[in-house]
Design a protein around this ligand. Structure first.
Ligand code: NOJ
Length: 613
């Protein structure tokens, strides 16, 4: 199992009802590019909320988006060349996974220089051009900031591991180890025995790397272990040392000064470890990498991290333009998520990701009741802060494959998109999601590029499957590269699942995504209205109403089952009194002319969105 999934008003102006309906029709018939671009202008000029509150953020894995040089690897100029596409899709910001210089052990999440660009992705000038061109396209650039660890090839670690007296030594987390014959040492710890200055030593506790093996690696030159939550080539920084914070904040400022709109903070709950080095709880059994299953009580989400985040928020608040901090926050419950906003103080991250909605278990089934409860929780338990929901990223099997039943996968992908774009939450999507790209996991170990898929084979096959090149066209290499040797193979599905083919099909995934994003941008109730759940005891249909109190309210209903289901929606209690119903968008043709809230039959996995006035 993948380690990440284990646990794992702008309503100020009135929008004429009929104009909204006309827009929905236009979206269905006109080239959507046109309407999306117009809508963008509208919302940008009329909103007083910070931009990120209503944004669609789009994650790009730079190796896999667009190759402009013919080396088979995506790059920054490739992304710049696709800004038109992103603007027409309706994206407000791109989050680019790490593009800094890196030995690429973890494909960029092992950074060796935080203030430059890896030559395989381009140059600093290319990044400056991407930011500037992005501005012209109303697409902001967010960078991935990896604060928990550096690469072992970072100059800091090279110095730190050269001697105990080197000034950089204390920038990382070191330990002398404990005598191998200490009481309580487990046979597993004994596997990592070394010659210390006074005899045999083993790692000080049972901490396991998320990527396999002990989390402690021995360095003969200093006769000490260093701690690494991820690969041994990713030593953890010592955030108890103020010099580390100063340096990392400095690097963040380097990019903020160049005009980036904010950061996605990698593995941010992991910055601190228990000072007493207590053992994590043993959970029994072994994981895909062959290590004992242990919890992360003493290595994850320690309270100390919040002090850093508050200072970070104060630092970015000095910049104009509503710079934003997004967190990679896999957390056990909504109460913990709330702390990442700063609770009532709202002084930490603006957008910690709610992973409890889109990633609640790798093999979770689609369940209307389950999603209702999870969405309600984040609506009501984060002190009025802004939720951020997400279903797909570069670390997990794509949602279409996790939730798909093999028969209705396309409908299910559309249903997930309906949830993503019609709740009150900010939306975070992943490249390829908008065309229904499939997870294409290697079928033999020799083809695997992600190290955890090599060491964990066959139980853990790594994350290559969700990182395959973007499928642009049905032509050579799917339009991703001119080079037949792309860094990961082009999935066979590219002939039919690609941007060019789907642009021409009014019922494609791509046009569904465009339509939803356009509606959300243009209809005040969807853009910034309140949200009330409807029909709350229905186990099969998730439905809710969005409303600003004036203008059309918007009703959304989704069938979470493989059978047709008939519903009658009662708006009493939601404050919405209108009775004129007009369909704005429907994923199934049988729903497009519905003009009532009574006895609506939703086909399997269908979504229906309608205005009520
Ligand atoms: C989370 C990132 O999303 C993942 O890809 C990476 O391997 C780890 N953090 C380590 O940086």
């Amino acid at each position: 199992m993948n380690p990440f999934s284990a646990t794992i008003s702008r309503a100020s102006h009135r929008f004429p009802f009929l104009a909204a309906a006309a827009l929905a029709l236009a979206c269905a018939t006109l080239p959507l590019q046109h309407s999306a671009a117009q809508l963008k202008e509208k919302s940008v000029s009329s909103s007083t909320d910070p931009w990120w509150k209503h944004a669609v953020v789009y994650e790009i894995y730079p190796r896999s988006y667009q190759d402009s040089t013919g080396d088979g690897i995506g790059d920054l100029n490739g992304i710049t060349s696709r800004l038109d596409y992103l603007q027409k899709l309706g994206v407000d910001a791109v989050w680019i996974a790490p593009m800094y210089p890196s030995p690429q052990v973890d494909f960029g999440y092992d950074i060796s220089n935080y203030e430059s660009v890896d030559p395989q992705y381009g140059t600093l000038a290319d990044m400056d051009r991407l930011i500037a061109e992005g501005q012209k396209h109303h697409v902001r650039v967010l960078l991935d900031m990896v604060l928990n660890h550096t690469s072992d090839k970072h100059q800091w670690f090279i110095e730190a591991s050269s001697s105990r007296t080197n000034p950089k030594h204390e920038w990382y987390v070191w330990n002398d180890g404990i005598p191998a014959d200490s009481p309580g040492v487990t046979p597993y710890q004994k596997r990592f025995e070394h010659d210390g200055p006074n005899g045999k030593v083993v790692p000080p506790n049972n901490w396991i790397s998320g990527f396999g093996g002990s989390a402690w690696e021995w360095v003969p030159a200093v006769r000490q272990f260093y701690y690494h939550e991820f690969y041994k080539q990713q030593p953890d920084l010592n955030w108890r040392n103020p010099a580390v914070e100063k340096a990392m904040f400095g690097s963040m400022q380097f990019w903020l000064d160049r005009g980036i709109a904010g950061f996605r903070l990698d593995a941010i709950p992991s910055l601190f470890e228990d000072l007493q080095l207590r053992n994590n709880p043993e959970l029994g059994g072994i994981n895909a990498q062959g290590d004992p299953n242990v919890g992360n009580t003493y290595t994850d989400n320690l309270p100390e991290v919040h002090d850093v985040i508050r200072r970070m928020r104060a630092m970015i608040a000095k910049y104009p333009g509503d710079r934003v901090l997004i967190g990679e926050t896999y957390l056990p419950n909504t109460a913990e998520l709330d702390k990442w906003y700063g609770g009532t103080a709202h002084n930490e991250l603006q957008l910690p990701m709610d992973m409890l909605i889109g990633f609640h278990g790798l093999h979770a089934k689609l369940s209307a009741a389950d999603f209702r409860q999870r969405i309600e929780e984040v609506e009501t338990q984060i002190h009025g802060a802004q939720p951020l929901i997400v279903f797909d990223n570069h670390d997990n099997v794509r949602a279409i494959d996790r939730y798909g039943d093999g028969i209705h996968d396309d409908q299910i992908n559309k249903l997930l998109a309906t949830m993503l774009f019609t709740t009150r939450a900010t939306s975070l999507m992943y490249y390829g999601q908008e065309i229904g790209m499939r997870t294409t996991t290697p079928t033999q170990r020799d083809d695997v590029r992600d190290p955890i898929g090599i060491t964990g084979w066959p139980n853990e096959r790594g994350r290559d499957g969700e990182r395959t090149p973007m499928q642009w066209t049905p032509g050579p290499q799917a339009g991703f590269s001119t080079n037949p040797h792309t860094w990961l193979p082009i999935p066979p599905s590219y002939k039919t699942i690609n941007v060019a083919v789907e642009s021409k099909d009014p019922n494609s995934q791509l046009n569904w995504f465009k339509k939803l994003i356009a509606l959300r941008r243009d209809i005040p109730a969807l853009h910034g209205g309140t949200m009330t759940m409807l029909d709350t005891s229905n186990p099969d249909i998730l439905s809710y109403v969005r409303s600003t109190g004036s203008g059309p309210a918007v009703v959304i209903a989704m069938n979470f089952t493989a059978a047709p289901k008939t519903i009658t929606l009662n708006l009493a209690g939601s404050g919405v009194t209108g009775t004129t119903v007009k369909t704005f968008a429907a994923s199934d043709a049988t729903l497009t002319s519905i003009s009532t809230l009574n006895n609506i039959t939703l086909p399997p996995y269908a979504s229906w969105i309608a205005g009520v006035q």
